[in-house]
Design a protein around this ligand. Structure first.
Ligand code: E4P
Length: 216
């Protein structure tokens, strides 16, 4: 399972990118607004930094507008993946953009049948939102698992991108569920790397090393 980072804050991306663990980035309109940056400018900067897939979401609702906006976004960088909502218009735009060789990420997926439609519309990625299903007392990771199983069963190449990940447990659950990619907020990366036994063990090694150096 690959990792993407789910943010439009360049400093957060730069920090986690330096760990060598992220293959791409996802953004959404809320994250772009929270970053305080110009949309096209920040997407271009992120694409240059990461040199991997960067999802940039359309902000229009009609298919012809989404197609126009998607082409503008795709023109920003070869790394841009056009993110489209799982609506009838989003599927139409997905089919049109995919037909022109533009990579797509169909977002706001909450059912297996939606995921099947996105795949048939040529989506490069499908984004089931696990955390938002958990929020309404449904099992979000069960949806991720079911989509991964169905795609596998039918030889569908659309990649399952587990989204709306809220904590490290979601990450291991997404990996076990067969997600191709999980997109994680900055704070989840920071939580994943921490372990008290790592800190305790490292302190002991450093203390022993310093004692050894003094003894020489
Ligand atoms: C993914 O592409 C979305 O931007 C994101 O995962 C949504 O997460 P949230 O439900 O925590 O807002």
């Amino acid at each position: 399972m690959k990792f993407f980072i789910d943010t439009a804050v360049v400093d957060e991306i730069r920090e986690i990118h330096a760990w060598g663990v992220i293959a791409g980035v996802t953004t959404n309109p809320s994250l772009v607004v929270a970053s305080g940056r110009d949309f096209h400018e920040v997407v271009t900067e992120i694409a240059e930094l990461v040199q991997g897939p960067v999802s940039a979401e359309v902000t229009t609702l009609e298919a012809d507008e989404m197609i126009r906006e998607g082409k503008q976004l795709a023109a920003l960088s070869e790394h841009v993946v056009v993110k489209l909502p799982l609506t009838p218009a989003g599927l139409t735009a997905c089919a049109a953009l995919s037909g022109e060789g533009i990579k797509t990420n169909v977002t706001l997926c909450f059912s297996t049948t939606q995921a099947l439609l996105a795949a048939r519309a040529g989506a490069t990625y499908i984004s089931p939102f696990a955390g938002r299903l958990d929020d309404i007392a449904e099992d979000g990771m069960d949806l991720v698992r079911q989509i991964a199983d169905i795609y596998h069963l039918h030889g569908i190449e659309t990649q399952v991108l587990a989204a709306s990940i809220r904590h490290p447990l979601h990450v291991s659950q997404a990996a076990l569920a067969g997600a191709d990619v999980a997109t994680l907020p900055y704070k989840v990366f920071k939580a994943m790397v921490q372990h008290p036994l790592t800190d305790k063990g490292l302190k002991a090694f450093m203390d022993d090393w310093a004692k050894g150096a003094k003894a020489k």
